[in-house]
Design a protein around this ligand. Structure first.
Ligand code: GCU
Length: 717
């Protein structure tokens, strides 16, 4: 445990001596400078007790000690008994006579395995603050919550917090390759230095785990869904075990992606047929071997029969056959399987948006108990805006877990300021009507609707080895927001933003308000300059950074013309009953709402309808005019963000202020390229005048079609 202390001390001290580089994320523990608040904290916090001695509790103790001394500017002593007012007591009733004597049983019975309570109470007439839980992990989470209260300058004299996660497994999916490249990663190389492991361990692994624990993330899939079977060999498992050991005190399990053809590639079998006895035996032995190295291994994530990945369908077997094969192998060890529903095939002559539903709904009820189906938030692929995936609510017998993308593959990579909590929230709050009105996606994935015990949420990580972890300083907020929503899918983006801003930049009310507004608006701004009114998948092929509505070559379902369907009559994909009928996959009344142009939400209009260019929207404007104005509005809003950021100079350290300022300039350049490229291209079909007020494009369509970026992070040229 000494290692932990040294690590933490080095993190904090190092951070202090250095120019502000964003390394500390939201765990900055900046000194509280407001004199009144400082008096309040000093009165209420005079010492702390950590009851118990596990590595998790020691980590909690280190965090309290370091966090408090940094924020309060004095050393808060660790004590072993309550002899004065103001002692913080953290622990479980089983380890702590003090906590056991406090009559917290009822409260603790409500917060389950990983939850916690934080209360002000008295112990032998002395005022104390108790952070109590039923497990060490709960104590650690409670500790971070308590520190957050101080980081965000809250009053701590009347605390009555009860918090428990609403999903059981909350994990990051790293799309990291063994050569350290990161698929759709824009923040440097993978954190996992496989060449150096197991002998050399990067101290960042512990910092990573600590940051995740602070927001309740309890699992990490270390490898890309486009998997490499080598990760399952003994050599790699030894390396993985080292990472797992570092994560363990922070209550984080490791998971790996399993390549379906691994029995052939590393097992020398002739087949990977899931019903073949040798294949079954091979996976069973492989699972046993994994658990020998990593006794608390979480399980497998699998992408099968999608985008060229091998899978059970290669042997005419179903996704259930494939998932159950792996589920049976890990079940004796308590492992789970997350089987992805992101499947589509250009040889299937049906709308891509419909294929996952068609494939998986008939399999409902056919999966083992330890299988979850991992479903992207929308039916295509992490677009700036999609309707919720129709699978949510359509497989009551199977636990479904949402997959959100934290890395900004389609949202400006690590260059654009786009706060993604509103996107996640929009999906989680969508009403599926699966159990009648008010059956949000959140109610399905947290198990309340269908009484599932196994529940989970995953986010595709935006983390790399750049110093500030995520590239854009604001991209840290997306990691943060994902963790908070995985803990509580009912949280509001606005509250999440407030927490993050307070911990990361400033607690000044005016500054928080400004930054919050920028963050909350930023996603809609990006939608406007990229894919307004329900447009989707019109990005440049290869890299997905800039516009490419003109992409019409190659695999059909990877072109843009497949999705926007612009022609002389109008624009948009007809997914109504007269078109691809994708709307039939939604329940009533959602189906009917989407079916009619008049009731379809305008922000999804071109997702579901092919609309004549002169079709009038609620604003009274034609779709053509509205499209142009939205694109233009997006660009102007980026300029507004630049102005807002400029006004924040006095509240932000020089380094991060400058970094964000420079990024917003690039964002404006890109927004203009999106706007002008798309408007000029769609104008070749609409043949209409660009409405007044829209800025004139500086270049010709040809220029935008041939534009080559030289500065997209993570994209090789
Ligand atoms: C997107 C992304 C791929 C990724 C895939 C997936 O299509 O561009 O890089 O592999 O999603 O989620 O499997």
């Amino acid at each position: 445990m000494q290692r932990l202390s040294i690590l933490l001390i080095s993190i904090f001290c190092f951070g202090f001596l250095q120019a502000e580089d964003g390394y500390k994320l939201w765990l900055r523990y900046d000194p509280v400078t407001d004199p009144q608040l400082l008096v309040h904290y000093n009165k209420n916090i005079r010492g702390f007790m950590i009851e118990g001695s596990s590595s998790t509790l020691l980590a909690a103790g280190e965090e309290v000690k370091t966090g408090l001394s940094l924020m309060l500017g004095i050393d808060i002593p660790q004590v072993s008994s309550v002899r004065k007012h103001g002692v913080i007591i953290a622990g479980k009733p089983g380890d702590s006579g003090v906590i056991a004597s406090l009559n917290l049983k009822d409260k603790l019975s409500k917060v389950g395995d990983e939850g916690y309570i934080i209360v002000n109470t008295r112990y032998r007439h002395r005022k104390v603050i108790v952070i109590a839980a039923n497990s060490d992990a709960g104590v650690l989470y409670g500790t971070f919550h308590f520190l957050r209260l101080i980081q965000t300058h809250q009053n701590i004299s009347e605390l009555s917090v009860e918090s428990a996660p609403k999903t059981k497994i909350r994990l990051l999916n790293h799309w990291d390759n063994l050569n350290r490249s990161v698929e759709r990663g824009y923040a440097g190389l993978s954190l996992w230095d496989w060449n150096a492991l197991p002998g050399t361990v990067d101290p960042r692994y512990a910092d990573y785990a600590r940051a995740n624990a602070s927001i309740g993330i309890n699992g990490s899939v270390l490898t890309n869904v486009n998997a490499n079977a080598l990760i399952l060999t003994r050599e790699y498992l030894e390396k993985v075990a080292v990472i797992a050991n570092i994560f363990r005190p922070y209550h984080i399990k490791v998971y790996l992606t399993a390549r379906f053809s691994a029995p052939i590639e590393i097992g020398k079998l002739k087949t990977a047929d899931p019903l073949d006895p040798d294949v079954i035996e091979w996976w069973k032995k492989k699972a046993d071997e994994i658990y020998e190295h990593i006794p608390d291994f979480g399980g497998f994530l699998i992408k099968a029969n999608s985008e060229g990945q091998p899978g059970p369908q290669n042997y005419n077997r179903s996704h259930a056959d494939g998932a159950n094969l792996l589920a049976d192998a890990v079940a004796p060890h308590g492992g789970i399987v997350m089987w992805r529903a992101f499947v589509y095939d250009n040889n299937v002559p049906d709308d891509r948006a419909k294929q996952a539903f068609n494939e998986f709904v008939p399999l409902d009820g056919k999966f083992r108990k330890n299988v979850l189906i991992q479903v992207k938030n929308g039916p295509i692929d992490f677009q700036p805006r999609e309707p919720f995936h129709p699978l949510f609510g359509a497989m009551p017998k199977t636990p479904l877990m949402p997959e959100f993308q934290i890395t900004q593959e389609y949202l400006g990579s690590s260059v654009h300021l786009v706060f993604l909590a509103p996107l996640y929230e929009e999906c989680l709050k969508s009403d599926t009507y699966a159990g009648g009105k008010g059956t949000s996606v959140a109610k399905i994935i947290d198990g309340t609707l269908d009484k599932h015990q196994l529940t989970a949420m995953s986010g595709v990580s935006n983390i790399g080895n750049v110093r500030n972890w995520t590239g854009h300083p604001f991209a840290q907020a997306n990691w943060y927001a994902f963790g908070r929503l995985a803990w509580d899918p009912y949280m509001n983006s606005s509250d999440i933003a407030d927490e993050w801003i307070g911990m990361t930049f400033s607690n000044d009310n005016g500054a928080v308000e400004r930054i919050r507004k920028m963050m909350l608006d930023s996603r809609e701004i990006a939608v406007n300059y990229m894919t307004p009114l329900g447009l989707h998948h019109i990005m440049y092929s290869g890299h997905h950074y800039g516009p490419g509505p003109w992409v019409d070559r190659g695999r059909k379902d990877w072109t843009s013309v497949y999705y926007h369907r612009a022609d002389s009559a109008g624009i948009g994909f007809d997914r109504t009953s007269k078109g691809s009928d994708a709307i039939s996959q939604y329940l009533q009344p959602v189906r009917e709402i989407y079916e009619k142009r008049e009731t379809c939400p305008e922000n999804l209009l071109l997702w579901f309808h092919h609309v004549p260019w002169d079709y009038k929207l609620k604003s009274g404007r034609t779709i053509w005019d509205e499209l142009c104005l939205r694109y233009d509005g997006g660009v102007k809003s980026v300029r507004w963000m630049q102005g807002e950021w400029g006004n924040l100079k006095e509240f932000i350290d020089k380094e991060r202020f400058e970094e964000v300022r420079a990024l917003l300039i690039k964002q404006e350049r890109d927004a203009k390229i999106w706007r002008d490229g798309c408007i000029l291209y769609f104008q070749t079909f609409s043949k209409r005048k660009i409405p007044e007020g829209v800025e004139k494009a500086e270049k010709t369509l040809d220029y935008y079609m041939n534009y080559r970026y030289t500065d997209i992070p993570g994209i090789s040229r």
